[in-house]
Design a protein around this ligand. Sequence first.
Ligand code: KIV
Ligand code: ZN
Length: 393
Amino acid sequence: MTTSNDKMIQIFDTSLRDGEQTIGVNFSIEQKIQIAKQLEKWGVDIIEAGFPVASPDDFKAVKAVAENVDHACVTGLARAKKADIDACVEATKNAKNKQIHVFIGTSPIHREYKLHMTKAENLAVIRKCVSYANQFFDKVQFSPEDATRTEPEYLVEAINVAIDAGATVINIADTVGYTNPIEFGRLFDYMRANVPRFDDVIFSVHCHDDLGMSVANAIAGVEHGASRIEGTVNGIGERAGNTALEEVAAAFMVRSDYYPYKTNINLKATKETADMISEFTRMPIPHNKAIIGQNAFSHESGIHQDGMLKNRNTYEILTPESVGMDATHIILGKLSGSHAVMQELQKMGYEVDREAMATIFPEFKRVADKQPIVNDHDLASIMKKIGVVANAK
Ligand code: KIV
Ligand code: ZN
């Protein structure tokens, strides 16, 4: 159970920006407005609506989201360049609540090969752009891109410069999903020890899923001092995607005995939010996806079904209803046990008991061995073959 002492963790959704960087995804402006409204209903604190300088449509979309969102903070992304910042200023000018997100690569590989900058040049650009953005926004988020592959001593230097120039949020980007929870935690401990104004700003985490650790890394960041998590719905995003926000929110709820954190996410609206993203990205939710996959609350093996029928806590740590999914499903297949088959037959109106199952169950197994699942229609055929007719329900 969450308590009033739990620390509030801000949820920053970048489905409309990093999420739109998913191969094959291109939201229309209308879709962006619809998604932003749904994100607000879901309870996210900050919506990254796009990258205004990237294209005229991206600019229009950020502007439209800024004008259609009621209370969530709206942000646009800007490289550390005046033109990008100016585009963000213009695109978000009508937002009731806004911030800017300025980023630049800080790792050796980014400095040397992408930016062709020395450390001194890199620091000068950070100082100049963050202070420029600070003239227009009360809330300025600075992201050292590829922070987890940046020399920790230099990362701290860059962060200190950004804070001195007016950054109010420092977003530690694991741009290529390279870190792991223990290492990320240590990086936060190092920053806390070496950033004198660590507690004066919000530390945020932005993790990618290249090694499948983005949710764990983001949570490790929070355990070591971050109070904002960036991510996307369904974990969409560049390459292997971003931290799946529904997984973070559910983890904090289910393991509230362990995590002293809460979010503003209304978990019951998770499924409808996930479905909208899935529809607009044309990316079906994998069946085995945590929290919202159709198998997340389905049980096929006999041992699990028997446990579930006795007490659902045996094999479910959260209820489907708590995340807006319809119900638990007992799926019949070759691994199912007689208890589950009997219960399904009773639901269909057959008066069957354990004795009758001695005849029915071998026939069920014979059918189940030959097909992936056995549905009600198949069960009715089995009963007909055996010569049993259902009572009208
Ligand atoms: O992955 C990344 O580094 C980003 C930045 C813009 C924060 O998306
Ligand atoms: Zn990213």
